[in-house]
Design a binder for this molecule. Structure first.
Ligand SMILES: Nc1ncnc2c1ncn2[C@@H]1O[C@H](COP(=O)(O)OP(=O)(O)O)[C@@H](O)[C@H]1O
Ligand SMILES: [Mg+2]
Length: 346
């Protein structure tokens, strides 16, 4: 299910709780698509990165090659915030009169730890990677942070593009106001006062224009990301989970959160499924898991679901990832009800 769906998409997000197997699934998926001839970029947005451990090499904020046609990036949240603030600071300093430069600096220093700053910076980076990555790669695979964080992130493009739109409208008003003043023969910088007053280098009209184009670029990026995320032909979101009570409940909740953000979940991966034929202990677990999976199926009946067995050893290195990828291919018919093979209650 997973592989056939991914083969038909340009962007894949892999989400779920910590430790369920997101990085393993994202990596195996990316590798198998690269093996199939597509150029793939694998991006980890989880601050608790573990691509490096899995691939047994250093992965950082710049793309590095992991296999033929497969590159990877780990987004560094602190560096992303720093770069984001640097960019904002540069723009502000260019646009504000010189005597306010200290003010800008203080504001940005405070912003570093402001709530939502990491998310905003991360989203900006994701938007940039999606925008640019779609030109250079056939497939982008995002290995995301645990559920709540990702769901909030997915709702952000909508918010940020609305917010930018609001700023643009205010900007238009202030531009009109400035133009009206100028037409009254009072072009003395008052039109730009809302942005910090007079500056020797840039005229108010210059500043208005510069701010407009900055806001436009930002809005364009967020809109692009939002459109990509909402386009089920282009993007697939997979949730990885364990067949346990809480993860099942959280998956149902994450599915609802994503639906509210306009994102369709393409399928579920139930990872580390216990074998039914490896002794009585695991057989009991297998039956217990089946009960939870039945609840999952009842809540999300039409969602394709892929089971991946619990393996004897960790998923580390290329051979293990190839083998793991093979396990992602087996289809489970989504429409057929799947009662547990051996319900605990019977
Ligand atoms: N099907 C599986 N069987 C056994 N171990 C697994 C399986 N899938 C993943 N693992 C192991 O579980 C751990 C967590 O997997 P990982 O992909 O890093 O999860 P996440 O990225 O969601 O935190 C890793 O040590 C990985 O090797
Ligand atoms: Mg991970």
């Amino acid at each position: 299910m997973l592989l056939t769906t991914a083969a038909a998409r340009r962007v894949v997000f892999v989400g779920g709780k910590g430790g369920v197997g997101k990085t393993s699934v994202a990596s195996a998926l990316a590798l198998s698509q690269a093996r199939a001839g597509r150029r793939v970029l694998l991006v980890s947005t989880d601050p608790a990165h573990n691509l490096g451990h899995l691939w047994q090499c250093e992965v950082g904020p710049e793309p590095r090659s992991l296999a033929e046609r497969l590159d990877a990036i780990e987004i560094d949240p602190d560096a992303t915030v720093a770069a984001h603030l640097q960019q904002v600071g540069d723009a502000l300093r260019r646009l504000m009169p010189a005597h306010l430069a200290g003010e800008v600096g203080r504001h940005l220093a405070l912003s570093q730890d402001a709530p939502g700053m990491h998310e905003a910076a991360l989203l900006e980076r994701i938007a940039e990677l999606v925008h640019d990555g779609l030109h250079s790669y056939d497939l982008l695979v995002f290995d995301t942070a645990p559920s709540g964080h990702t769901a909030r992130l997915m709702a952000l493009p909508e918010m940020l593009s609305a917010w930018t739109e609001g700023l643009l409208q205010r900007q238009t008003k202030s531009e009109r106001f400035g133009a009206a003043l100028r037409s009254l023969g009072r072009d003395d910088g008052i039109g730009g006062r809302a942005l910090g007053g007079e500056t020797p280098s840039a005229t108010p009209a210059d500043r208005d224009q510069a701010i407009r184009s900055l806001l436009h670029r930002r809005r364009h990026r967020f809109e692009h990301l939002r459109n990509v995320l909402a386009d089920a032909q282009c993007t697939a979101f997979f949730i990885v989970l364990a067949a346990e009570r809480l993860p099942v409940l959280e998956t149902i909740e994450l599915h609802a959160q994503l639906a509210r953000a306009g994102i369709d979940v393409a399928g579920l991966v139930v990872n580390k499924r216990s074998p039914h034929d490896a002794g009585p202990f695991l057989a009991t677990r297998h039956r217990q898991e089946a009960v939870h999976l039945l609840a999952l199926h009842e809540a999300l009946p039409s969602l394709p679901l892929q089971e991946v067995p619990l393996l004897a050893s960790d998923v580390v290195g290329m051979d293990a990832l190839d083998a793991f990828g093979d396990l992602l291919g087996t289809d489970v018919n989504p429409s057929a009800p799947r009662p547990p093979a051996n319900p605990v209650s019977s």
